[in-house]
Design a protein around this ligand. Structure first.
Ligand code: HEM
Length: 418
């Protein structure tokens, strides 16, 4: 057997503090300094491998090489993802659960979601016309949590919108925070789990009858590989895997608002409403701005790749942000240039803001088409269907704090329908 060569290795003990200090750039900085797309380090008290770039992404999404069981840090499960959801599964169990998600993503269902979203956006526009200023990020959270619940068949009485929206937002804003902010996130997770578990109980005992094409119906009645209904808690975690990320698209919408403001010459090209141009702009927002930093997995069995040894059980992080800024894939990655997508040859491993590989066979984000639809609608409203002013404010955003959100959250004034 060929002898493995040694992997570039970061010296010293636990590097968790460096991840907190350098955030989105932690892996990319070391890929540059080691001049290697793969290196070894220590994270969460264990040896870990970090990697990025197209070839490494191909490897990471090979289900024969990596598994997800036990890979996600507890603090992320206790806030963002919940426990025992689709993200934590492998093999046939994962395929069974992922099919449950993808059954909701037909073009008819995406059209239904777009129609709900436009109705909510129009209602919000009526309201915005009466206020002097709005905070785009917060307003869009509200629009999206309402949209998500209606689309998923989840009842959301008007007097609960604020409470439930805040809970959903805490799930994605707090995983990487420390202290009280993080504990608020854990509390929100407990409350949200309880809320949806009760709904599932009501569906199963006939008190609630959501339409059959909704997530609440589908997940309440989904059967696992043994022909059994999912435990209440698991079905609830996966319904929240629909509600939470749809609400989280508010971060991309906020960055979309920022891009329209900061790159007016690019926004000008969208005034004709050309769908391709809108799509290119949306793709560039997903590539350019920081959102999801890394994805974790564990080595399934010992193997050697490019001469480097991967030992069974080793925690491995894929560089999601860095792969979207990799000069080997993107010319001038730090330039906001939507037209780079005009002749984009799609590879499932080179553009991975929401994970790579395939939807059905792997862990690629189940909601990527929803995300594109929502961002497209948001962009079209901002550029072609609304008039507003953008006052002086702090537009800066961090590449350290995760998730990154522009400081001012995009304040707009004198908002009107065009
Ligand atoms: C807000 C923008 C979004 C971002 C940045 C994002 C990002 C991601 C990433 C990086 C992954 C992990 C890929 C992997 O495990 O390798 C993922 C998985 C997932 N996402 Fe998203 N996502 C977004 C929106 C959505 C939406 C709108 C939905 C559903 C409506 C959704 C549902 C899921 C699910 C269910 C998974 C787990 C897939 C699996 O493990 O097979 N996401 N997402």
């Amino acid at each position: 057997m060929t002898k493995a060569r040694s992997m570039p290795r970061e010296k010293g003990l636990e590097k968790g503090p460096s991840v907190l200090r350098e955030g989105y750039l932690y892996i990319l900085n070391r890929r540059k300094s080691f001049q290697s797309d793969v290196f070894e380090t220590r994270l969460l008290g264990q040896k870990a491998i970090c990697m990025g770039g197209e070839e490494a992404t191909k490897l990471f999404y090979d289900p024969e090489k990596f598994i997800r069981e036990g890979a996600m840090p507890k603090r992320v499960q206790k806030t963002l993802t919940g426990e025992k959801g689709v993200q934590s599964l492998d093999g046939d169990k994962h395929a069974n659960r992922k099919a449950m998600f993808m059954s909701l993503m037909s073009s008819e269902e995406l059209d239904r979601l777009s129609a709900i979203l436009e109705k909510k956006w129009e209602n919000a526009l009526d309201k915005w016309g009466n206020s002097k200023e709005i905070v785009l990020y917060e307003e869009v959270q509200n629009i999206l949590s309402r949209t998500a619940c209606e689309w998923a068949g989840v009842p959301l009485p008007e007097n609960q919108v604020k409470k439930r929206t805040n809970q959903l937002v805490k799930l994605f804003e707090t995983p990487a925070t420390i202290g009280p902010a993080h504990w608020q996130g854990r509390h929100a997770r407990n409350e949200a789990d309880e809320w949806v578990e009760e709904l599932i109980e009501k569906v199963r005992n006939g008190e609630l009858e959501p339409p059959e094409n909704t997530a609440l119906f589908a997940f309440s009645w989904h059967k696992d590989l043994n022909g059994e209904l999912l435990p209440f808690e698991t079905a609830a975690v996966d319904v929240l895997n629909i509600l939470r990320p749809i609400t989280a698209i508010s971060i991309y919408c906020c960055f979309t608002g920022l891009a329209v403001h900061q790159y007016p010459e690019e926004a000008e090209k969208l005034r004709s409403g050309d769908k391709n141009k809108l799509q290119q702009f949306v793709q560039e927002v997903r590539r350019f701005y920081p959102f999801f930093p890394f994805q974790a997995a564990k080595v399934k069995e010992d193997f050697i790749w490019n001469g480097y040894e991967f030992k069974k059980g080793t925690l491995t992080l894929l560089d999601i942000y860095g792969s979207c800024h990799d000069p080997k894939v993107w010319d001038n990655p730090e330039l906001f240039h939507p037209e780079r997508f005009s002749d984009w040859r799609e590879s499932p491993f080179s553009f991975i803001p929401q994970g790579g590989g395939t939807y059905m066979g792997g862990h690629r984000c189940a909601g990527e088409y929803i995300t594109l639809r929502v961002m497209h609608t948001c962009l079209d409203y901002l550029v072609n269907k609304m008039i507003y002013e953008v006052p002086e404010q702090d537009f800066s955003y961090s590449v350290v704090n995760m998730p990154s959100i522009p400081k001012s959250k995009m304040i707009l004034t004198n908002v009107k329908r065009k």
